[in-house]
Design a protein around this ligand. Sequence first.
Ligand code: ZN
Length: 390
Amino acid sequence: MLLIRNAEVYAPRALGVQNLLLGGGKILWLGASRELPELPAALRTVSSVIDLEGARLIPGLIDAHVHVTGGGGEAGFHTRVPPVPLTRFTGCGVTSVVGLLGTDDVARGSGELLASIYALREQGLNAWCYTGGYHVPPTTLTGGVRSDLVFIEAFLGIGEVAISDHRSSQPTFDELLRLAGEAHVAGLMTGKAGILHLHLGDGPRGLEMVRRALSESELPARVFNPTHINRRRALFDEAVALAKAGVTVDVTAFPVAEGEDAYSASDAVLRYAAAGAPAERITVSSDAGGCLPCFDGDGRVCKMGVGTAGALLATLCELLARGMPLEQALAPFTSNPARLLRLAGKGEIAVGAHADLVSLDATGAVQSVIIRGEVHVRGGVAERHGTFET
Ligand SMILES: [Zn+2]
């Protein structure tokens, strides 16, 4: 049992100063009074108290596009990025991740991805993943994407399947539609998200195939989930139009250079809101562990960086600095991905919800991080580390 006192709660809705009692990994009670409610005798011993002294308490951030195994490999084997350790997530307020494979779905496979997800779970993080990778036919564990989703609990959907990109396998419209159908049916059978998470490249075809799928197939718009939509300004406009048609779109929090034909994640979230697109259909992810390569005209890598999960909190702070209220700015990092991914009890602060909580100090830095009721970070310092972290 853990009691959190004097938290200014954003659920994401602003609830004012509250006290929370956590137990069994969940939020058992939430109330403004200083006194605990009547509890059964067995529950009366609160083992620990954290007094937040009025600091802001938000739901743990959900990062739904992470290369947990490490991505890369696009400019030789020495460019394969190593796996992302636990505190690279928890230290930045990320309490849930969805892992995936990208360009390299040959040297890396579904087994390695699942093993990395299970390792993060054993260390206390909430973790799931997508089956497949950039290419079609997709890499799988059981021989089919539908059976992967139906029989392996940790798989939530298919992705990241690359389109409009020179690194894709140039999937045809029918191939894409088939994959989306497999994801949808598996979602129906299991109650899981059952989405097709689409990596968008810089190609001018943009989201053409998704628009066509909405007009020519019976598949619901929610099945299609394009990411990196802010990498090109015209692509972003296409994505806003699709969001208005029912598609949830994902912004990547990558660095954007001055004058680049792209929007930073905070620019994209602000522009999305200004365009009057549905507030619940935008999410932000970090691409942590993924390589951020720049290619020259011949398709050769000319420079390379690595995505980090800290980009989420940095984007949230930018949104606040640019005048967006916290309760509005939080949704793309918390309640929106939880809704899209059908993660019950995630992305919100409420009685009965999972106790995934982050408190922020006055500067917006992470103060404490609690995952399913267990303290991972206290006073800005990690108390739990991954197996091979010092
Ligand atoms: Zn990608």
